[in-house]
Design a protein around this ligand. Structure first.
Ligand code: MG
Length: 379
């Protein structure tokens, strides 16, 4: 269904301590939320009405995405400016929305569009649940019945020609509080559609905290998990050794069923361990002849792919090689780059370190090389 959006961001923000549309909410500009929601819902034209002083700033921020229009003295003037900026068929649907209700979602928009298939106008609103009192100097003078009372929210949806004609008929000396009031004055039936507490209006500074908590509640909580791995291989006759995915010329090689890259094996186990996916032997059994002489980058890539399939993201990895020889430092950057490439992360998330054991133990005596690895993943 073809529809357009007018976002009114005309407030001076005197009650909220600044112009709300340019403040941050959930790390984004307040105005950004509504624009993105209308884009996601498929609005054909989006017109944003801002105070005349803000036109330049709005053009710079959103000029390529939406039409920017200068507002008027009152909200109604701003809305009329926005409606007149629409270049469209007058029978099209237009949704008028307050930028100060930023947590708009496409499903709110769709609820109104569905209503407009059969009705001339519809708005989002919430039934009043609190008792209502009329006060005079903080003293109750009257209790009001709340039956059938609703709190109007936005968006409010109309046919373009209907709402333009309704504004023409609205008495010039009166100030409407919303478009539904203008439409009703012209005899248009406006349907109430159940709104959403998330469409609460930003008015006071405390409203920002309330909406921030709603945003935080929507985000699925992510866990950080740690994995660790250890591996060792025996030295034997050879001319080069594979360590952390890099071939190094050496007077010995590491003996193993695959290429015996203990660094990548330890790291593969760390990744599998972080996600509770078993160990390298489960996935690549040494008894299986297809892995004889296999290049260990395949094992590591497989583990990284399994993590991603589980929805995990690798945060960082840290490998320590334990040996007296060869010297690792000259190859360290190449090793980091290769691991980063295999697991698909930036190099600064990859660390490779080396140590000796001061000639103690099997690594110190040169019988073999050991490697340990830790990683963290977000899942
Ligand atoms: Mg191994």
């Amino acid at each position: 269904m073809t529809f357009h959006a007018i976002i009114v961001a005309g407030g001076s923000g005197s009650r909220s301590g600044g112009k709300k549309q340019w403040m941050l909410l959930g790390g984004r500009l307040v105005l950004d939320w509504s624009i993105s929601a209308f884009e996601a819902a498929g609005a054909v034209q989006i017109v944003v009405v801002v105070p005349p002083d803000d036109v330049k700033q709005a053009q710079a921020a959103y000029g390529g995405r939406v039409w920017i229009v200068a507002g008027g003295a009152q909200r109604a003037d701003s809305v009329i400016n926005g409606l007149k900026a629409l270049m469209t068929d007058s029978d099209d649907i237009v949704l008028i929305h307050d930028a100060a209700r930023p947590l708009l979602k496409p499903h709110h928009i769709n609820a109104l569009l569905v209503e407009l298939e059969t009705k001339p106008a519809a708005i989002l609103a919430l039934p009043v649940t609190d008792s209502l009192k009329r006060g005079d100097n903080n003293r109750i003078v009257e209790a009001l019945a709340r039956d059938n009372l609703w709190r109007a929210q936005t968006p409010q949806a109309f046919r373009l020609h209907d709402i333009l004609r309704a504004y023409e008929r609205w008495p010039a000396d009166q100030i409407p509080t919303d478009e539904a009031m203008v439409a009703a004055h012209s005899g248009i039936n406006v349907t109430l559609v159940e709104g959403d507490i998330a469409l609460h209006k930003l008015t006071y500074p405390a409203d920002f905290a309330l909406l921030e908590s709603l945003i935080a509640g929507e985000k699925p909580l992510k866990q950080i998990r740690i994995g660790q791995g250890f591996d060792a291989h025996r030295w034997g006759e050879g001319q080069s050794v594979w360590l952390c995915g890099v071939e190094i010329a050496h007077d010995q090689t590491l003996i193993g069923h695959s290429d015996a890259d203990a660094g990548l094996h330890a790291l593969t186990d760390a990744l599998l361990g972080a996600a509770g996916l078993g160990d390298i032997g489960d996935h690549f059994p040494p008894s299986d002849p297809q892995w004889k002489g296999a290049s260990s980058d395949r094992f590591l890539k497989h583990a990284a792919d399994l993590l991603r399939a589980k929805g995990a993201e690798i945060v960082n990895v840290d490998v320590t090689l334990i040996c007296e020889r060869p010297k690792i430092k000259p190859h360290r950057e190449a090793m980091r780059a290769r691991i980063a490439e295999i697991i698909g992360v930036e190099v600064d998330r990859v660390s490779v370190k080396a140590t000796t054991t001061e000639q103690m133990g099997f690594t110190g005596r040169g019988e073999g090389l050991a490697a340990q690895a830790v990683c963290s993943i977000e899942i």
